[in-house]
Ligand binder design. Structure first.
Ligand SMILES: [Zn+2]
Length: 307
């Protein structure tokens, strides 16, 4: 039984997951990062004890998926925008000491990529990429069963590869990152700037725009067409660079992909002429709402499961 911890900007989820990726017990609390890292650690510890008791489980390890940047090889939290003041927390060492079992941590997109590779959309394939599109764009790559890492274990920031150097300013400081063009907030921002006051008196969000596109509103259609082009360009770059067997797509924006999927496919066809792009399967992510906890568990399995 593996203790699984998923740390996001708004909530911390904790669960007990078995070696088949089944979540046997779960609990959560608001992240409340302003309460500080020591308080966060106490709450994670309490939730782990509680869910383990609920599942009648003895933990063999603890896996963590955390919104990044994190340092997977030292198990330390980095300068995470959603976790101000938590930088330097040696979460993996702390949990390992408290529970007397090995622990491991990865960026949350990498965690879900590992779970999808093990139990979901990437099962049995050798080159697998997971992409999640919601308030940001995250991705993880699993090649031949191993998570791809860069220097010092760094997580590649695929959501921040530049697609249009004259594009909007991104939260990371660059211009025209994939995330600044094809995330949910990017869709909403473009819509509000192009059609001020349209659809609702207040600021409209991605969900409202997709609903309006569904009804055939021409302004919302234009916005999701543009989203499809930029989603397609980012995916086309992944296809050209890696020609993976499978790209699995998760996140809230992708739940509306039928609105812009044709545009995505047209863009890939027009862009990826030198590689067998038609062989790359683009599929929905398979693990659903428990993916983050399954992901945290597979972080541990990936690191220690074979031992
Ligand atoms: Zn960026």
């Amino acid at each position: 039984m593996i203790g699984a911890v998923d740390i996001g900007g708004t909530k911390i989820a904790v669960g007990i997951v078995d070696r088949d990726g089944q979540v046997l017990a779960r609990a959560e609390c608001p992240t409340d990062p302003q309460r500080g890292p020591a308080d966060g650690l106490e709450r994670i510890t309490a939730l782990l004890h509680g869910t383990a008791a609920q599942a009648g489980a003895t933990l063999t390890g603890i896996g963590v998926g955390c919104t990044g940047p994190v340092y997977p090889l030292t198990g330390t939290i980095g300068d995470v925008p959603f976790l101000p003041g938590w930088e330097g927390l040696r979460l993996v060492d702390e949990l390992a000491a408290r529970f007397g079992v090995p622990a491991a941590m990865e960026n949350d997109a990498d965690a879900v990529a590992l779970a999808e590779a093990q139990w979901g959309a990437g099962r049995g394939v050798s080159a697998f990429i997971y992409v999640t599109v919601s308030t940001g764009i995250g991705a993880g790559m699993v090649f031949d069963g191993k998570l791809y890492r860069g220097v010092d274990g760094a997580h590649p920031e695929i959501g921040h590869h530049v697609i249009d150097a004259s594009g909007p300013l991104c939260t990371c400081g660059a211009r025209g990152c994939w995330e600044s063009l094809a995330s949910g907030p990017a869709l909403a921002e473009w819509f509000r700037a192009t059609y001020p006051g349209a659809l609702a008196p207040g600021p409209v969000d991605a969900r409202q725009i997709c609903a309006a596109a569904e009804r055939g509103d021409p302004r919302a259609r234009a916005a999701v067409d543009r989203l499809g082009t930029y989603t397609g360009l980012g995916l086309a770059n992944l296809v050209t660079l890696f020609v993976p067997d499978v790209i699995a797509l998760g996140g809230g924006v992708m739940q509306s992909r039928h609105l812009f999927w044709e545009r995505v496919q047209d863009t890939i066809r027009a862009t990826c002429r030198l590689v067998p792009h038609e062989r790359v399967r683009l599929v929905p992510a398979a693990l659903g709402s428990e993916a983050p906890l399954a992901g945290a568990a597979s972080v541990w399995l990936h690191r220690y499961g074979a031992a």
